[in-house]
Write a protein that binds this ligand. Structure first.
Ligand code: ADP
Ligand code: MG
Length: 713
């Protein structure tokens, strides 16, 4: 494989500077890139339809010959028409805005077209079908490579170069590629060997061969990734030293007794998992995944108290000031009565001190807090990004919690972790309310331990979600459903409950977003919700104004809060029971689920209204999913289904360490197998000293500069 990586594509016949550039545009620089550029799909010539058998409405693949092609402009738009035949019958192809098709569809050429069959003036026709030029290929199964048209590369060019590479390197002509995957694994899963897999993925004789090849190559990709992740995790564990915390100390016990409700089993289990980590000198790197409202804060507080029990400090970092303030208020309330030992006082103890550090605080307050942190007079500090400034120093920070971790960059989380005492590394708990499927978590957070809060506190009534198909901007005559919705809002307020109205998301401009929130606020105050106390919260308010508004809402003096998505994360007002989301189709599933999670947090029955017209099929599926499901993990699966994994893997999606063939959606089971195998291999041979070929392969695929992508925690 390393040999392939060293050979540029220019070594191939027919690849000059122009082709080299086109290949580079699709990320192919060398023969390894070429061989791991896998077909997008396969055309099975025995399965193709005949034009004569097609009826309107069918979706079909047809192998045709181009009979004629012409282009004209209709109101400035290019329209290319082609007539094609399968030897017996003919049909028309029509392309809009694809002027280049005129040159592509040369008369006499063979092509596979795939699309929906329609008709025009009595003749069968496909509009904007997918076209794969097949050249003069005679094989039964033809591979089709991705993006080949855009870069000016045809699928058969690629197939040709790949064939040349395979012919020269695989037996009988070549030496073949090395297979560094341990034999035991190959046998356990009944994999075909790597040479065979590479050949069959590109040139299958039967579709069955292709599936075998795919199974093998998917495993290789996932196995490499898991090896890298698990190895990285173990390296950190063996080189970093943290504090052995006291677990179940006096503060933790008193706290547990003071909680006014029973912990859920999931909370108990999670706290036990964390405690086990805290007790060892190996620094914890743990992710706590839990749906909105599952009670993550309590788990975080219990963990932080373990640090305080040992005479150390803990910090909780939240992404917004609103959330930091709320945590501060909430945690102070939870810990109000607790004391810590202090020999300098008469009683030998002092109240446990929780402090808030956010940027809006005055210089004097900030100075005092910074001083107290350094002296160890503050036990738990809650804050925003302010916590990671250089001037923030601790006496002994040994426990770090990062809430809504996806809102922070890797460096920001690391900056807080670097504030531990001397060389000691604090235990780190990162939390997220954006659940992702378990197998995706193994890939994205593979270097972290994961705890899952998969149980809601009892007594919650499920939130009833309704979708009202009406303009989300509230323009025009309101339909009956909307009137019912506002009526429910007024009734709920009449019963003492509170309501959120979330305004349309405007991507391009915060200014426009604020303007629309102001307009909505104005309208609701004067029309639908006249007479109620309606407040407004958006990103352009000063921190003080934001806090004042939130305080008024939290205290119950305000009935309705009209807000932009600043309230998306974390906000916890159990008395709020109605969530209205305007222009709901503009939000993603995870975001809608987060917003909805702001209600249903108390004992009262809650509802969520999604207002908007689905303008895309995906938008419709999203809204329907929200109506049907309240479980964040199931919604995460649906989201993965709708959007693909690119969004989950995010920034990781570049470079050779990409998943080229594997799909977190399709291959979830293989992820689990690959991780298990990686753990077994590394248990037996931690540095891969006895398997130099495997180590070299990891080196090849995970060059050092890629390491940052691996490190999510
Ligand atoms: P999230 O996981 O979304 O951060 P929070 O920690 O804010 O959730 O908890 C949501 C609400 O549930 C809070 O009001 C909290 O007091 C309450 N809560 C947490 N654990 C329990 C429990 N075991 N029983 C009842 N209520 C709980
Ligand atoms: Mg929370």
């Amino acid at each position: 494989m390393a040999d392939f990586a060293e050979r540029p594509v220019s070594a191939l016949k027919g690849v000059g500077p122009k082709r080299e550039k086109a290949l580079s545009a699709v990320g192919i620089e060398n023969l390894l890139d070429l061989l791991t550029y896998y077909p997008r799909r396969y055309l099975d010539r025995t399965k193709e339809a005949r034009i004569g058998d097609l009826v309107e409405g069918d979706e079909a693949s047809v192998l045709v010959t181009i009979k004629s092609t012409s282009m004209r402009r209709v109101r400035g738009r290019a329209m290319v028409n082609s007539t094609v035949t399968d030897g017996q019958s003919s049909m028309a192809l029509t392309f809009f805005n694809q002027a280049w098709r005129e040159k592509q569809l040369v008369v006499g050429m063979q092509a596979m077209v795939f699309g929906k069959v329609g008709s025009f003036r009595g003749q069968l026709q496909m509009t904007n079908p997918i076209v794969d030029l097949v050249g003069d290929k005679t094989g039964r199964i033809i591979p089709v490579y991705p993006q080949s048209e855009k870069a000016g590369l045809s699928s058969w060019d690629l197939a040709g170069w790949i064939a040349e590479t395979l012919r020269r390197s695989l037996p009988p002509k070549g030496r073949g590629v090395l297979d560094p995957i341990p034999d035991a694994i190959i046998r356990e899963f009944g994999f075909v060997d790597r040479n065979m897999a590479l050949k069959s993925i590109h040139q299958p004789e039967e579709m069955q061969d292709m599936s075998q090849a795919r199974r093998r190559l998917v495993f290789d990709e996932l196995f490499r990734m898991q090896l890298a992740l698990v190895q990285r995790k173990r390296l950190l564990e063996s080189t970093q030293v943290g504090v052995e915390h006291v677990i179940n100390g006096p503060l933790v016990q008193k706290f547990a007794e003071s909680v006014p409700f029973d912990l859920t089993l999931a909370q108990k289990r999670t706290i036990a998992e964390i405690s086990a980590d805290l007790a060892t000198p190996v620094p914890m790197h743990r992710l706590l995944q839990g749906d909105v409202g599952a009670g993550k804060t309590l788990v975080a507080v219990a963990s932080m108290l373990a640090a305080v029990d040992g005479g150390h400090q803990a910090a909780l970092m939240a992404p917004t000031e609103v959330l930091a303030e709320q945590h501060y208020v909430g945690i102070r309330k939870m810990l109000g009565e607790l004391t810590v030992p202090d020999p300098s006082t008469l009683m030998g103890e002092r109240p446990l001190k929780v402090a808030l550090l956010v940027s809006r605080m005055g210089t004097a307050d900030t100075k005092r807090i910074l001083g107290d942190l350094m002296l160890g007079n503050i036990d738990i500090v809650v804050g925003t990004h302010s916590l990671i400034q250089d001037r923030v120093m601790f006496d002994s920070l040994t426990m770090v919690v990062v809430d809504e971790q996806h809102r922070f960059g890797v460096e920001q989380r690391a900056a807080l972790r670097d504030k531990g005492p001397g060389e000691l590394v604090p235990d780190v708990l990162v939390m997220t309310a954006t659940p992702i499927p378990r197998t995706a978590a193994m890939t994205v957070y593979g270097d972290l331990d994961v705890s899952v809060l998969d149980e809601m506190p009892p007594g919650r009534t499920p939130i009833v979600t309704k979708w009202v198909e009406a303009p989300g901007s509230l323009e025009g005559e309101p339909p009956l459903d909307l009137e019912l919705m506002w009526q429910e809002v007024r009734e709920q307020v009449g019963e003492g409950r509170q309501v959120y109205v979330v305004c349309p998301l405007i991507d391009e401009s915060e200014k426009l977003e604020v303007a629309s929130a102001e307009v909505t606020h104005e309208r609701l105050s004067n029309l639908e919700l006249e007479g109620l106390n309606v407040g407004l919260l958006h990103g352009r308010l000063s921190s003080a104004e934001k806090e004042e508004t939130m305080e008024e809402f939290r205290s119950g003096r305000m009935d309705v809060l009209v807000a932009t998505t600043v309230i998306e994360v974390g906000v916890d007002v159990p008395n709020a029971t109605v969530m209205v989301i305007l222009d709901a189709d503009r939000f993603g599933i995870a975001q809608l689920h987060q917003l909805r999670g702001r209600v249903g947090r108390g004992a009262h029955e809650s509802s969520c209204w999604l207002v908007g017209e689905a303008t895309t099929p995906d938008g419709e599926s999203r809204l329907e999913a929200l109506v049907a499901e309240t479980d964040g993990f199931i919604l995460a699966e649906i989201d993965l289904e709708l959007r693909g994994e690119g969004t989950i893997l995010g920034e990781r999606q570049k470079g050779r360490n990409d998943l080229q063939l594997a799909s977190l959606r399709r291959d979830g089971e293989v992820v689990v197998q690959a991780r298990q195998s990686a753990i077994e291999v590394l248990d037996a041979d931690p540095g891969l000293a006895n398997q130099p070929e495997l180590a070299a392969e990891l080196q090849l695929f995970f060059a050092e500069e890629d390491e940052a992508f691996l490190m999510k925690g």
